[in-house]
Design a protein around this ligand. Sequence first.
Ligand SMILES: Cc1ncc(COP(=O)(O)O)c(C=O)c1O
Length: 354
Amino acid sequence: MTDTVEISVTKTDRSRLKDINLEDIPFGKYFTDHMLEADYENGEWKSVEIKPYQPLLLEPSLAALHYGQAIFEGIKAYRSHNGDAYIFRPIDNFMRFNRSAARMNMPLIPEELFMEGMRQLIALDKDWIPTKKDHSLYIRPVMFAVDTVLGVRPSENYKFLILLSPTGPYYASPMKIMVEEKYTRAAPGGVGFSKNAGNYGGSMLAASLAKQKGYDQVLWTDSAEHKWLQEVGMMNVFFIIDKKAITPSLEDGTILEGVTRASVIQGLKDMNVAVEERKISIDEIVDAYKLGKVSEVFGTGTAAVIAPIRELNYKGMVMDFNVSDYKISEAVKNWLADLREGRIQDKHGWMWKV
Ligand SMILES: Cc1ncc(COP(=O)(O)O)c(C=O)c1O
């Protein structure tokens, strides 16, 4: 592919938008009129197409289904009061997508294809971006291996897609979380920092077992000692202890480097809240809890943005947190919503105009 990506556009002759109430939409259920599709063949990305959203015709021997080379991203776009569309920090997701690709031995996506493809797709389906408060357009880029040979080796051919899904607010009622002591999401040297499909498949059993016990998700711990904290379900985790914000550091490569995590860290710093990114153990949380020093626990991620946690269960010891007293996470949540919905100045340059 040349430097300037050529994108062919075929528009639908029948929009489905009128069948959908954008003020009442669950997460990830509806898809817009168009999608982007590109193919990697003979060492280059080609056939970049925006076309009506439609099924794919794939062979049963598809490599991604058998050997799991599949990665994705999750990004949100918003529509401002004057009708302009903005994407929140898409460059960060683009860079993370390529870090995932590199770890999974998949080809990198050129920035132009990812960004310009996404921009043109959203511009075409702009009317699908909900304008109601807390609503947005969820953007799902995905890449997977499409070789059709049953031999275990990196695929030579790949498909890249971008799907768009209008989405309503993710009303996360405060979560009850089980600290995981048996299963592991990620270990050093593994693929935990990448957003590959297998990480999600591998996490479902632990989450389901926690649900059977009345919990919403698990708090992942390290593989060696089940003591060092990693992430809460599919979100990064923050603790407010003694008025300081503490979140697990990334150096082990076992944590997905969340774009919301980075935004929350910046927001906390802007609000003069001290932030520590470091190793944090469950023992430290238990000790601080016993001294009454843990004032807030919450998860961060693109879907829910900030999800308060009201209970942690560690080996049967229940730690309760008074979510109605959460001040710091509430302030960051409001700040992020104001920024995304254009009510305050975007001084970090995070809103990318379509
Ligand atoms: C495993 C995992 N951790 C953390 C996050 C939060 O990342 P972000 O804030 O970029 O959505 C996500 C969601 O993307 C995730 O899937």
